[in-house]
Design a protein around this ligand. Structure first.
Ligand code: IMP
Ligand code: MG
Length: 173
């Protein structure tokens, strides 16, 4: 699979406990109204599927596929949607679910785009947050782990599309 795993950063039990805690916090944060959980593909697919099963209030699930463009992919900060949610966002609580926040540029552009659709509320939930950016235009409302500034894989996160299926989160050599 290319590079080798260096160390396990968060094991399965650690992740499961955190996801349960986040599900509880999200359930409590939305006492009423329509909640749409929007997963940002591909990285959030495992986290999202575990997370929604820990949320004890009605919700709907959809996904976003975003593509960065420009010379240097993610650092350009330009984003366009390859798959746009089917559902209307207007009047709903939208919870955007991301695997990991690094510079926050991807999220910043996406949030601009989504807020223009007049949701009732718009918040970010990220399993991992590197806290690299000095200030984020849109702070992360629900964070799982404050992650080390290493390249992490597993539990949905990839390196060149590999390692997504690993059930724990590891850093690479
Ligand atoms: P940002 O726009 O710099 O915040 O980048 C966020 C995106 O970059 C995430 O959704 C991931 O797809 C990817 N990314 C950032 N850091 C890592 C990492 O440590 N491992 C795997 N993917 C990462
Ligand atoms: Mg990725």
């Amino acid at each position: 699979m290319g590079r080798a795993v260096k160390r396990v950063v968060y094991d399965e039990r650690h992740i499961a406990a955190k996801v349960r805690e986040m599900g509880g916090a999200i359930s409590a944060a939305y006492p009423e109204g329509d909640l749409l959980v929007l997963g940002l593909l591909k990285g959030s697919f495992i986290f999202l599927s575990d997370l929604v099963r820990q949320i004890t209030r009605p919700l709907q699930v959809d996904f976003l596929v975003a593509a960065s463009y420009g010379d240097n992919t993610f650092s350009s900060g330009n984003v366009r949607l390859l798959y746009d949610p089917e559902t209307k966002l207007e009047g709903k609580h939208i919870l955007l679910v991301e695997d990991i926040v690094d510079t926050g540029r991807t999220l910043g552009r996406l949030m601009d785009l989504l807020s223009a659709r007049r949701p009732r509320s718009l918040e970010i939930c990220a399993l991992l947050h590197k806290h690299v950016a000095k200030e984020l235009k849109y702070p992360v409302r629900f964070t799982g782990f404050d992650a080390p500034n290493e390249f992490l894989v597993g539990y949905g996160l990839d390196h060149a599309e590999n390692f997504r299926h690993i059930p724990y989160i590891a850093s690479l050599q």
